[in-house]
Design a protein around this ligand. Structure first.
Ligand code: A2R
Length: 301
């Protein structure tokens, strides 16, 4: 299969390209910073790039991905995540792309009624963050493209994912990075933000496998959660990471790191994707966390 990955130099893009190569796909990865560059906010560039490449499938990963940063730049998040997705969908329609995977987020569900956990795809979308709203817009642009124009778009609602290569501004690598820095400096404590949020955390290597299976076996127009179904509180994640260090480290909450508004619980129901593709996660969280710690230990200071 000939595939185009947008946002290819990002965290997930690099893992996805490796997986597609392993599976024997002919995959091209483009990003706004590469040569040639693909800036998804430029509809002309997106249209000519997709028309020239003529991929069978587009994995549309490009986007602004940091929930916390979206509070300071809601316009940029809408421009890239929503309008950028519209540009990709229109280009896919014109070029007759057979599948386009639009990557949304668990943050689209936002403030969920506890009775709706684990969250199924039928749960109301009530985003609390500008990031979540921009992904709802992308999700509905994909649905409209399918219903109104027949674009074979598959909508993903990806729950938290982590793994080697994720930058330290995200939850798990930020904790792992601080633990490794404390090991090296001989410190006794690390600072943390909110410890109460409950999340459904996948390994990125399971996530990219799910994305390819959705492209091959998913149904156009449908939305699919990509999740484990298991909820863990941030303090449990911290404890699992601390179990992998020889130092006795205390967690100290720094109020400056606590987000003013945080979605309290996001745990998904994976029944739909498992039924459609047979996918289930293979990595245990303990393994993923150990791999992230090791990736920081392997880096020079
Ligand atoms: O910000 P950069 O220069 O590192 O590039 C990011 C790229 N990107 C864009 N590409 C084309 N045109 C744009 N206007 C544009 N704005 C950003 O998307 C980066 O290489 C990639 C996103 O990678 P990460 O931030 O590492 O996100 P991750 O974790 O790989 O997530 C992939 C997708 C995103 O749509 C997330 O919102 C979703 O999965 O969870």
């Amino acid at each position: 299969m000939r595939a185009l990955v947008t946002g290819a130099s990002g965290f997930v893009g690099q893992h996805l390209l490796a997986h597609l190569a392993e599976q024997g796909d002919d995959a091209v990865g483009l990003d706004r910073s590469g040569t040639p560059s693909l800036d998804i906010t430029d509809p002309g560039v997106v249209a000519t790039t997709i028309a020239d490449l003529r991929p069978d499938a587009v994995y549309h990963l490009a986007g602004l991905s940091h929930v916390g940063e979206s509070w300071d730049a809601p316009q940029s998040f809408m421009a890239v995540n929503a309008i950028g997705t519209l540009n990709v969908l229109q280009a896919c329609e014109r070029s007759g792309v057979r599948r386009v995977l639009v990557i949304g987020s668990a943050d689209e569900y936002g403030l969920v009624d506890p009775a709706d956990v684990p969250i199924a795809e039928t749960t109301a979308l009530r985003p609390m963050t500008p990031y979540g709203a921009s992904k709802v817009a992308a999700d509905f642009l994909a649905l409209q493209a399918f219903l109104g124009r027949g674009v074979p778009a598959i909508r993903v609602r990806a729950f938290n994912h982590t793994g080697p290569g994720q930058p330290p501004r995200f939850l798990v690598p930020s904790l792992a990075h601080r633990i490794v820095a404390a090991e090296r400096a001989g410190l006794d404590e690390i600072v943390v933000g909110s410890l109460d949020a409950v999340r459904d955390i996948l390994d990125v290597r399971d996530v990219v496998r799910a994305y390819r299976l959705l492209v091959t076996d998913g149904t156009p127009g449908e939305a699919y959660n990509v999740c484990s179904g298991r909820g863990v509180a941030v303090h449990e994640v911290a404890d699992l990471l601390l179990a992998n260090t020889p130092r006795a480290l205390r967690l100290v909450v720094d109020p400056a790191l606590v987000r003013p508004i945080e979605v309290p619980v996001l745990v998904g129901d994976a029944t739909k994707i498992t039924g459609a593709t047979g996918w289930t996660p293979r990595y245990e969280l303990e393994q993923t966390l150990a791999d992230v710690l090791e990736s920081f230990r392997a880096q020079p200071t």
